[in-house]
Every structure is written in structure tokens, then in C-alpha cells.
Design a protein around this ligand. Sequence first.
Ligand code: ATP
Ligand code: LTN
Length: 329
Amino acid sequence: MKPRVFSGMQPSGNLHIGNYLGALKNWVRIQPDYEAVFCIVDLHAVTLYQDPAELRAKILELAALYLAAGIDPHQSAIMVQSSVAAHAELAWMLTCVTPVGWLERMTQYKTKAAVQETVGDGLLQYPVLMAADILLYQAAIVPVGDDQAQHLELTRDIAQRFNSLYGETFVMPATSLPTVGARIMGLDDPSKKMSKSEAGAGHAISLLDPPATIRKKIMRATTDSAPAVDFALLGPGVENLLNIYQAFSGWDAEQMRAHFAGLRYGDLKKQVAEMVVASLEPLQQRYREIAAEPGYVDGILRQGAERVAPIANSTVELVKRRMGLYAPC
Ligand code: ATP
Ligand code: LTN
């Protein structure tokens, strides 16, 4: 049997090239070698307020983007987190073995809580629900971007604590980061990671941005005061543009140097823009085809949930037995 892989994204905001290069592209690459579950984590999205009608639309849009990027529903399950109740159930059980101090140390929690007037308990519990997502399927690896590495460490800590309290139950999941593209930075400010929740118009390239918008955003990207690419002295803005090119092209470091050393920033930007436009074109085309077929995505999501629910439910049953909760034979 193939080892299992699990990953997910929140259906909030617009998916950007950071999400694609950091996670989605890797999912597509590894799916033939694993029994994969790719989740739309709507319960995570509501840790911050979401407009209900918009959230419903975003869930279907995200599923269509998974498909358009190349997730094959015959190979991999695509499912919505809230449609398999075991996610929330296991999260509660794991909450009970997780010290609050572990959660308060999470960087994402601290950043998100800092800009909230009142902090919902869900925001603090966010990584426990994420641990439940992964451990429910006994996933061997979890392909994510760099910003999720800390949550993955916590997942292993929670699993270890549960195993030592109640006996070997969970498989330890390994983090899988891409070699290039694990952390794409904002085009307007290369000191911050590209993020869906960042508002600025020139911050992120959305996967569904039209070519003219992509070109405009890249041509306006923040660089530095040097005139041309110098690999001995790369500023963060230029490094980010080179990273984007390398992640889309699949070139190695030697090819990158040979091609870009000494190139003026204006020309670098033009080449990056054309690489991004050409790479996203087939995805955008497939997205339009999928979006034109009403009911198709709902069917895929229903099948996905039906396929994974027995796995999830059997883990919950095992955890119940281990903990002494009532689990009739
Ligand atoms: P938000 O800003 O709302 O937290 P986000 O842009 O971080 O959203 P998520 O849904 O949290 O997006 O992340 C989905 C996946 O994309 C995760 O695996 C995450 O690590 C990855 N990812 C997010 N931003 C980047 C980035 N800038 N570079 C590389 N990978 C990223
Ligand atoms: N927290 C993740 C989304 C997420 C996830 C998961 C990723 C929720 N559950 C399980 C991998 C495995 C994020 O990208 N913000």
C-alpha cells in the first residue's frame, strides 16, 4: 500500500503564486507516489470572521483550483474539512493533551492575534485542528510552505505526547518543503511573506490574475538601487524575483546564474513576468473549463468525503478506545 500524504489550504482570500509554488505544485508532483488527501480547510478559515456567502463560493473556487492545477480526483481525494465530522472530533481529543503554552508560542497565532480586537479561542486552537487533520489519516508526509513548519513540529509534539500517555497510536508525520519556492515574498515588500490576507494591490500575484495584471505587478515589484543582477550582492526583492523564476522554470542554480548574471532589472522583470504568465496560462484555461460545468466540483467533493470518511472514523474509534471513551464494540 502507498504511504499517505495530507495537506490543505484555507478557502479565504485569493490563492497566490506563493501557495502554488510552496504547496500546490508539490502536491501535483508527488500525488502518483502516495495515497493523497487534499483538503479545503473551511473550519480553519472561520477562526477569523468570513462572510458566509463568500466562504461558500471560495470553497468551490479552491476545489476548482486544486483540479485546475492538476490534482487528479481519480488518484487523490479532494474533500472539505467540515464534511467529515471526525476532524472536529479528534481535534477535541487532542486539545485535551495539548498544553496552552505550546499554542501561545506559535508565530502565526501571535501575528494574527496581535491585529484582533478580541481573540477567538479558535485562533489559539488552530494548530490542534491542523494536527487532527494530519493524524486522522496517519499521514507519513505533509507538503507545505515554510511558514507551516512550526505547526508541523507541534503536530509531532502532540502525537508524541498522546502516544506516550495512551500507547502507540499515531504515525509521526514528516514535513516536506519544496527546495525552491518554500517562501515567496511580497512583491511590494520583500521582507514579508506573500500572503492571502495582505491587502495591497501590488502585494501578491493571484493564480487567476489576467496576464496584463501579472505583468503590471511584476514590473512594479520592489527591488533595490543597483542597476543589474549581481549574484554576490542580491537584495531581497531581486532574490525573490529570481526565486519565482527558478521555481516555475525548474532550472538549477547554475542555469540561473548563467542566464541572469549582469541582466538589468527591467529585463529581469520582463522575463519573470513572461515565465509567470506562460506557466499560469494552462491552469487558468482549465479553471475556466471546470467553472463552466455546474455541479462537477460538488460531485468531486462528495466522492472525496465518502472515500476518506472510513479512514477518519476508524482513527477516531481507535483514539476513543485508547482514551477509555465509550466505544461500543
Ligand atoms: P493567510 O495569509 O490567509 O494566512 P496564506 O497565504 O498563508 O494565507 P494558507 O492557506 O495559510 O495561505 O496556506 C496554504 C499553503 O500555502 C500552505 O502550505 C502554506 O505554507 C503555503 N504558503 C502560503 N504562503 C506562502 C508563501 N508566501 N510562499 C510559499 N508557500 C506559501
Ligand atoms: N494551516 C495550514 C492549512 C492546513 C494544513 C492542514 C496544512 C490546515 N490543516 C493540515 C497541512 C496539513 C495553512 O496553510 N495555513
